[in-house]
Design a protein around this ligand. Structure first.
Ligand code: S3P
Length: 441
C-alpha cells in the first residue's frame, strides 16, 4: 500500500491513479448539523454535549463568532464539544466584526440569530464569502423588522445588523430554495412576537426544523411550509450525535462507483432524505450502492454505505433533486463523464454562487482530465464515455473542487496534480490522509 497523494509544491498534491480502491472509513461529522448544534445550543439555557462534531475551518468560524458574542464552548477532546448556553440574554454584542471566514452557513444562520438579539453586529468573511449573495437574507430579516444592510446596495458582505424584537404574523416565500435562508428566517422568528411561516420553492435540508423542534420551539411542517411559533421560554439544550457527512462521503461514493476495482464501506453516514439526492441520482445511473443497517441516531437517519465498482448510464438532474444534491453536483458531473450517454444538469443556477462559481470551476476541472463539458447558465451538459487522462486541476480555493479533482485523479489513467489542495480543510481536513488509506497501488 502506498500513499497516493504526495505533497508537492506549495499547496499542490500529486494524485496517482489507484490500482484498487478498498477499505472502510468513518467520514467526519456533518457540517450542516455541526453548525446548527453549536448555534442553537448557544441560544439555549443549559449545557449540551456535541459528539462527533466536525472540526474544520468552517465550523471553527462558527465557534469563534459565538465565543466573540460571549458563548462558553468547551473542548474536552475526543471529537466532543460542550456548549454552555445561558439563554438569549447570555449572548452580548461583539466588540469587533464577526469573521465568518469561508462559511456561508455561518454568515447566513448567524445573521438570523443576531437579528433577534438587541445588538449591533458586522459580519464579514474571506474574499470568496464577500462575493456571495446576501440580499436573500437581508430581505426577509428586514421584513421581520431587523435593521440590516450590506455592501453594494444591500447585496454583499460585510453586512451590518441591528437586531431586536421582531414582528410575527408574516409569511415569507424566499425566491431561492435555500436551507440557509430558511434557517436564518426561523432563527430570527424565535424572537418574533407571533408565529412566522416560511414557504419554500422546493424542499431543502431540514436539520434546522428537526433540531429546533427537539429543543422546544413550536415547529409545524406542512408540505413546503414551515411555521415556527416562538417558545415562551429559552430553548432547551439538546445533546447531538453528529452523523457522518454525506457531502464528504460523496467523494468516496463516486470514486468507488467509477473505479473498475473498488469495494468501499463508509460507516455512520447521515441519510436524511433531504440530503440523499446523490444516492437517488446514482441509483438511476445504475450504481451499486447498498445501505446497510439504516437507523436513527439523535433525530437523524444514519446508515453504513457499501459501494462497489459500477457501470453507469447517463442521467438528467433538475427540479427537486437539485437542492437534495446541491453540494454533490460537481461529482455527479464527473460520474456523467464516465457513464454511457450524455448527462444534463439543469435548474442548478445556485451552483454559480457557492464557494466558487461551481459551473465554471467544475467544467474547468473536468476539462483538465480530457472530459467534454458544455456550460449552461443553469448547469452543464457532460458527454459520457470519457477515458480520463491525468490532469492538472485547480481548486479555485473551493473545498468541493479540490476533492472533485482528487477523485478524477484516482480514476484516471495517469498522474495528476491538484493545485489549491489545502482548501479541503474547510470541511474535511483529513481528506488527503483518507485518500491514501483507501487507494492501493
Ligand atoms: C447548507 C445549505 C446549502 C449547502 C451548504 C450548507 C446548510 O446551501 O450548499 O453547503 O447547512 O444549510 P443553500 O442553503 O444556500 O443552498
Amino acid at each position: 500500500m502506498a500513499a497516493m497523494a504526495l505533497e508537492t509544491a506549495a499547496d499542490a498534491r500529486t494524485v496517482r491513479p489507484a490500482r484498487r480502491l478498498r477499505g472502510e472509513l468513518r467520514v467526519p461529522g456533518d457540517k450542516s448539523v455541526t453548525h446548527r448544534a453549536l448555534l442553537f445550543n448557544a441560544l439555549a439555557r443549559g449545557s449540551a454535549r456535541i459528539e462527533g462534531f466536525l472540526d474544520s475551518e468552517d465550523t471553527r468560524a462558527t465557534m469563534a463568532c459565538l465565543r466573540a458574542m460571549g458563548a462558553r464552548i468547551d473542548e474536552p477532546g475526543g471529537g466532543v464539544v460542550v456548549v454552555h448556553g445561558a439563554g438569549r440574554p447570555g449572548l452580548h454584542e461583539p466588540d469587533d466584526v464577526l469573521d465568518c471566514a469561508n462559511s456561508g452557513t455561518t454568515m447566513r444562520l448567524l445573521s438570523g440569530v443576531v437579528a433577534g438579539l438587541p445588538m449591533l453586529a458586522v459580519l464579514t468573511g474571506d474574499a470568496s464569502l464577500r462575493r456571495r449573495p446576501m440580499a436573500r437574507i437581508i430581505g426577509p430579516l428586514s421584513a421581520l423588522g431587523a435593521a440590516v444592510t450590506g455592501r453594494a446596495n444591500g447585496t454583499l458582505p460585510p453586512i451590518v445588523i441591528r437586531g431586536g424584537s421582531l414582528c410575527g404574523g408574516r409569511t415569507l416565500e424566499p425566491p431561492v430554495a435555500s436551507a440557509q435562508v430558511k434557517s436564518a428566517i426561523l432563527l430570527a422568528a424565535l424572537a418574533a412576537d407571533g408565529p412566522t411561516r416560511v414557504v419554500e420553492r422546493a424542499p431543502t435540508r431540514d436539520h434546522t426544523e428537526r433540531m429546533l423542534g427537539a429543543m422546544g420551539a413550536g415547529i409545524v411542517v406542512d408540505g413546503r411550509a414551515v411555521t415556527l411559533t416562538p417558545p415562551a421560554r429559552d430553548l432547551a439544550p439538546v445533546d447531538v450525535r453528529v452523523p457522518g457527512d454525506i457531502s464528504t462521503a460523496a467523494a468516496w461514493i463516486v470514486a468507488a462507483a467509477l473505479h473498475p476495482d473498488a469495494e468501499v464501506m463508509l460507516h455512520n453516514v447521515g441519510v436524511n432524505p433531504s440530503r440523499t439526492g446523490l444516492l437517488d441520482i446514482l441509483e438511476a445511473m445504475g450504481a451499486r450502492v447498498e445501505r446497510v443497517e439504516e437507523r436513527m441516531v439523535g433525530g437523524e437517519p444514519v446508515a453504513d454505505l457499501l459501494v462497489r465498482s459500477s457501470s453507469l448510464r447517463a442521467t438528467e438532474v433538475s427540479g427537486d433533486l437539485v437542492p437534495r444534491a446541491i453540494d454533490e453536483l460537481p461529482l455527479v458531473a464527473l460520474a456523467g463523464a464516465c457513464a454511457d450517454g450524455t448527462t444534463v444538469i439543469r435548474e442548478a443556477e445556485e451552483l454559480r454562487v457557492k464557494e466558487s462559481d461551481r459551473v465554471a470551476a467544475t467544467a474547468a476541472v473536468l476539462r483538465a482530465f480530457g472530459i467534454a463539458v458544455e456550460e449552461r447558465p443553469d448547469g452543464m451538459v457532460v458527454h459520457g464515455g470519457a477515458r480520463l487522462h491525468g490532469g492538472r486541476a485547480a481548486s479555485a480555493g473551493d473545498h468541493r473542487l479540490a476533492m472533485l479533482g482528487a477523485v478524477a485523479g484516482l480514476v484516471s489513467g495517469e498522474e495528476s496534480v491538484i493545485e489549491g489542495a489545502g482548501a479541503v480543510s474547510v470541511s474535511y481536513p483529513d481528506f488527503w490522509t483518507d485518500l491514501s488509506r483507501l487507494s492501493l497501488s
